[in-house]
Design a protein around this ligand. Structure first.
Ligand code: C5P
Length: 398
């Protein structure tokens, strides 16, 4: 799928650099040519000889290597690529990129390129969670840099948490997505995500515990398969992914209007935790205690069921309509009933009982309910659930 594509691969200095060797092979298997650049720190982890042997290309190593400059200047090197990939992207490289430093070959190429840049961060969990890295990540995403991973898991330093570089197949999928070459190329997919806020008065609202993590991961996974994604999100606690078209809403009714405006789509996935009811007698001014001890009472009105109305559309219905079902008991039975009631094609059901740590957590254990029956998936990182689901959506639309 990457035939004829030229990828400039910058290998930073981290233990995950060993995976870059396999990445070179997989990118070449997919038909790409890989021009490798090793940072000085990268050379401490993998040798220039292995890198160039696997790439079948010269490895570029230093800005001040005059021969390279004469042969091919760094500007030209960065422009001749179709995509620039940084794997592993260390905290140092991310910091340089975010702040526009250009004091070696890798950082200079990253400043000089006019192509999209995809980074696969890898670092110790504390470094990943450091406010400086959070800031730099935000700046890079704002600049349109694409990010794959990191994943959560055991780290070479003996700690556990997010910071492991994405696995090679995930990076290859992200490369295909970044080049618009995935199986969903040219397809428009709609994803809703996050909670909704239903106002009680101008300062208070009714919300729920959805973080938006699963919907966000799914939008990113669909993007990585090449889809054009419209991402309609309530006030989530995780930032929306880069490279998708983001529509921010607060209430269920705003979400319904945004979904209608985003159609047509070939597939629509409703991962949002939409409030079933809104406050019908929301106050126009902040409600005050009046000193008498009188308690306010709220009246409720039912919100539109966005999923059901899209699933039951006649003409213009997306070919595939997927709902989510957050349940706290009898997950499979309730979700199967919900699929029939809503008229959607699939339901992704999960158990959000207290103690599962799923709502707001990094992992999810889902059961996929289709016309063929129920499939229980093992407990997986939300990003992995998203990738598997995106792959199934691509199959269904093929
Ligand atoms: O009925 P329940 O809220 O459990 O169904 C969950 C599914 O329905 C989710 O896919 C959710 O996004 C969708 N939904 C919706 N509009 C609503 C309520 C739920 O789209 N008003």
């Amino acid at each position: 799928m990457l035939a004829g594509k030229r990828i400039l691969l910058i290998i930073g200095g981290g233990i995950a650099a060993y995976k870059a060797l396999d990445l070179i092979r997989r990118l070449k298997d997919a038909g790409a040519s890989v021009v490798p650049v090793l940072t000085r720190a990268g050379e401490e982890f993998v040798t220039p000889l292995s890198v160039s042997a696997l790439a079948g290309e010269k490895v570029y190593r230093d800005l001040f290597d005059l021969t390279d400059e004469a042969e091919m200047g760094h500007i030209q090197l960065s422009r001749a690529a179709d995509l620039v990939v940084v794997a592993p992207a260390t905290a140092d490289l991310m910091g340089k990129m975010a702040h526009g430093l250009a004091n070696d070959l890798a950082s200079t190429l990253l400043m000089a390129t006019d192509k999209r840049v995809l980074i696969a961060p890898a670092m110790n969990v504390r470094m990943w969670e450091h406010p400086a890295t959070r800031r730099n990540l935000g700046l890079l995403q704002g600049d349109g840099v694409l990010v794959v991973g990191p994943n959560e898991g055991a780290m070479a330093c003996g700690e556990f948490g997010p910071g492991r570089m994405a696995e090679v197949p995930e990076i290859v999928a992200a490369v295909e997505g970044a080049l618009g070459e995935g199986p969903l190329k040219g397809r428009h997919v709609l994803v809703t995500s996050g909670p909704t806020h239903e106002p009680i008065d101008p300062v208070r609202y009714i919300a729920n515990r959805s973080s938006g993590a699963q919907g966000t991961a799914l939008a990113a996974a669909l993007r990585d398969l090449g889809a054009g994604v419209t991402f309609v999100t309530g006030p989530a606690s995780v930032p929306p992914p880069a490279g998708v078209s983001v529509v921010r809403v607060e209430t269920a009714r705003e979400m319904a209007a945004a979904v209608e405006a985003a159609l047509p789509a070939e597939a629509a996935v409703f991962a949002a935790a939409v409030a079933d009811w809104r406050v019908a007698n929301a106050a126009g001014q902040k409600m005050k205690k009046d000193g008498t001890g009188a308690l306010p009472s709220l009246d409720f009105a039912e919100n539109p069921d966005i999923l059901a109305s899209v699933a039951r559309m006649g003409a213009g219905r997306p070919r595939l309509v997927v709902g989510f079902a957050a349940e706290t008991e009898n997950v499979e039975a309730h979700a199967t009933a919900k699929r029939a009631r809503k008229g959607c094609d699939w339901i992704v059901a999960n158990d959000v009982s207290p103690g599962t740590g799923i709502m707001g957590g990094a992992e999810n254990a889902v059961t996929l309910i289709t016309a063929e029956g129920a499939e229980a998936w093992p407990r997986l990182a939300k990003a992995e659930v998203a990738r598997r689901l995106a792959a199934r959506i691509a199959q269904a639309l093929a």
